[in-house]
Ligand binder design. Structure first.
Ligand SMILES: Cc1cc2nc3c(=O)[nH]c(=O)nc-3n(C[C@H](O)[C@H](O)[C@H](O)COP(=O)(O)O)c2cc1C
Length: 202
């Protein structure tokens, strides 16, 4: 069994001990308060918040390996995996980006994702990849946030963009910050009227 498989087995085992039902708690779920795997998944989804303040604690490469493997195991069109993912966790590089890119919250890890601009569904692939990253991280006690503003900043600077080494035809479209949360933000309301059951007339 490889490192990811071992770690993910532990994750699933841990997840099966997370509590049932929706939660109003605003921190990552603990792994000692329940016994139902489905409820654990739902609690993980419903308790996730975007995190904008992180502790200085690094995220281990072992955890990042699990999180990134969960990311690339998201569904994606034709399994083309029409993205490139660049991970920055080297402290000097992280500090450089935090200082030079507006909108990048201070965090120990940044992830930058580019989509293949020749495939019309590649942005959807990136969204699903990113959500798997965010949810698996949250299950492991690691917070994250999707970031669009810094992407605009980087894309406006050819010199900065070149530092990431994305392949020809790939377009930087999303950044994430990751780290251990140093805040417990409240849930933001959602509009349930966005979802409607409909019937189709013959
Ligand atoms: C594509 C995308 C881009 C985002 N860009 C930013 C951003 O630039 N800055 C920021 O503070 N939050 C950003 N967010 C986070 C959203 O503001 C956040 O997801 C939303 O307010 C809902 O809050 P929640 O994630 O805690 O449920 C972005 C989220 C997504 C999905």
């Amino acid at each position: 069994m490889n490192l990811f498989a071992k770690t993910f087995s532990s994750l699933l085992l841990g997840a099966s001990f997370i509590s049932c039902g929706q939660t109003t708690e605003n921190s990552a779920p603990t792994q000692d308060s329940g016994n139902d795997a489905a409820s654990a998944v739902i609690e993980n989804i419903m308790s996730r918040r975007s995190i904008r303040k992180y502790t200085d604690a690094p995220v281990s490469r072992e955890l990042l390996d699990t999180i990134l493997n969960c990311g690339i195991n998201a569904p994606n069109g034709r399994n083309q995996q029409a993205y490139e993912v660049k991970v920055v966790d080297d402290p000097a590089s992280v500090a450089y980006l935090a200082e030079n890119v507006n909108g990048l919250y201070k965090a120990p890890v940044y992830i930058f994702i580019a989509n293949d601009s020749n495939y019309d569904a590649s942005m959807i692939d990136v969204g699903l990849l990113s959500e798997n990253i965010g949810l698996s991280a949250w299950a492991l006690g690691v917070g994250s946030i999707n970031l669009g503003s810094p992407v605009r900043v980087i894309n406006e600077s050819p010199e900065l963009l070149a530092k990431f080494g994305f392949s020809e035809g790939y377009h930087l479209c999303l950044a994430l910050a990751l780290g251990y949360p140093d805040e417990t933000p409240d849930a933001k309301p959602r509009n349930k009227e966005k979802v409607q059951f409909i019937t189709i007339e013959k």
